[in-house]
Design a protein around this ligand. Structure first.
Ligand SMILES: Cc1ncc(COP(=O)(O)O)c(C=O)c1O
Length: 394
């Protein structure tokens, strides 16, 4: 059966070998603990579940939703942006619901890229920033995140030829997979850069509510001039433990929002009205559960940082996201380290190379497992660590 070339162009799934090994171990009765995927283990807050239950009993929510979204949802997003970020949004023209941040990121590629265009994507980065352009018959141009610059790209190092073709630029802080928060002045530089090169900036703020040690993440849209050059993809998945609900919004530049909307009306039929009403409750109701989640993740993060320090990997604790990004021991690649940790400790960590070539040499631990399981996983990793660390290959 002949598949489209675009399917062939998508990168092979880098977790495939790891998944095969996990299945093998599980079939042999091994208790595998996964610190791989970033899927919150705690339930959605009760007030949101209640709002969903009420909404789903109302037959008024059972018909096709409108792709523009319910006023309650668009106004809730605008009100959250005002109180949380100090950003003014017109709910009529600057907000639309999305069926999760992933859908929104992907469809922005289709809405803004023609064949031969390019999209600038962070490396390492969330995989749809590179898969999306390929599916749109365009080219992802990798922007290496530079640890010395605080895991931001060196904008001056982006090749001129690529910039001439670039239409989109994906940025994401707090950052998956590195856990970095945005350094002072970076968003301002991005706005100036986007103006100079005619780019639409897509800031993915999936982790803005999950921050630690008193750090509060800003919205990109709060940067002077950002509304002229950018949109923000705001997902409720991580902040409110709603990954299964598929609830997000696009906010920002009205022309870009309109283009996304036009495309979307031809692709899907909108976000279930009941989910929109539950999302509105998440954004406008009590926020204590978000604060509780931050406290839980901060505790888990400290457990991980402590365990890594014990085996000789000293790291600054990340101030955002639900991930710890750490270098693999000398002599290992990301993949060989992840495989050995699985073989010897029955623990899954994500190989950094799954997030782009510049992620090679790192691994990612997700904090989304219960404390006792995390402690068990770290204990096993500590015990097997000496076997895992190899002599450097000369
Ligand atoms: C940076 C980033 N953006 C978006 C998403 C996906 O969000 P959603 O569940 O809303 O599709 C993730 C999920 O891991 C992510 O890490």
């Amino acid at each position: 059966m002949k598949q489209a070339r675009r399917v062939e162009r998508i990168a092979p799934y880098l977790f495939a070998e790891l998944e095969r090994k996990i299945a093998e171990q599980q079939a042999a009765g091994v208790d595998v603990i996964s610190l791989g995927i970033g899927d919150p283990d705690m339930p959605t807050p009760e007030n949101v579940v209640e709002a969903m239950a009420r909404a789903v009993r109302d037959p008024g929510t059972h018909r096709y939703p409108s792709n523009r979204g319910r006023p309650e949802f668009r106004e809730a997003v605008a009100s959250f942006y005002r109180s949380r970020f100090g950003v003014e949004l017109d709910p009529e023209t600057q907000v639309i619901p999305a069926i999760g941040g992933k859908e929104c990121v992907f469809n922005l590629n289709l809405a803004f890229l023609d064949a031969g265009d390019a999209a600038l994507a962070a490396d390492p980065g969330y995989p749809p920033y590179t898969g999306g352009p390929l599916i749109a018959d365009a080219e992802p141009v990798l922007m290496p995140l530079v640890p010395e610059l605080g895991f931001v790209p060196d904008l001056e190092a982006i090749p001129r030829a690529a910039l001439e073709r670039a239409r989109l630029m994906f940025v994401n802080y707090p950052n998956n997979p590195t856990g970095a928060v945005v350094p002072d002045g970076f968003f301002e530089r991005v706005v100036a850069f986007a103006r100079e090169h005619g780019l639409l900036v897509v800031h993915d703020s999936a982790y803005s509510e999950l921050t630690y040690d008193g750090y509060v993440a800003p919205s990109f849209l709060a940067t002077p001039g950002a509304m002229e050059v950018g949109v923000e993809v705001f997902s409720l998945s991580k902040g409110w433990n709603m990954t299964g609900w598929r609830c997000a919004a696009i906010a920002g530049n009205a022309d870009a929002v309109a283009a996304y909307w036009k495309l979307k009306t031809n692709v899907d039929s909108g976000l279930f009205d009941a989910v929109q009403l539950a999302g509105a409750e998440a954004l406008t109701g009590p926020q204590d559960s978000v604060r509780q989640m931050c406290a839980i993740y901060a505790r888990r993060r400290d457990l991980v940082i402590g365990a890594l320090r014990d085996v000789g990997i000293a790291l600054e604790p990340p101030r955002g996201t639900i991930y710890v990004w750490a270098p693999v021991p000398v002599g290992h690649t990301s993949a060989s380290f992840a495989e050995e940790v699985l073989d010897r400790a029955a623990v899954v960590v994500s190989p950094g190379s799954a997030y782009g070539p510049n992620g090679e040499g790192f691994f990612r631990i997700s904090l989304t497992v219960a404390d006792d399981r995390l402690a068990e996983a770290l204990g096993r990793m500590r015990t097997s660590f000496e076997e895992v660390v190899r002599e450097p290959e000369l």
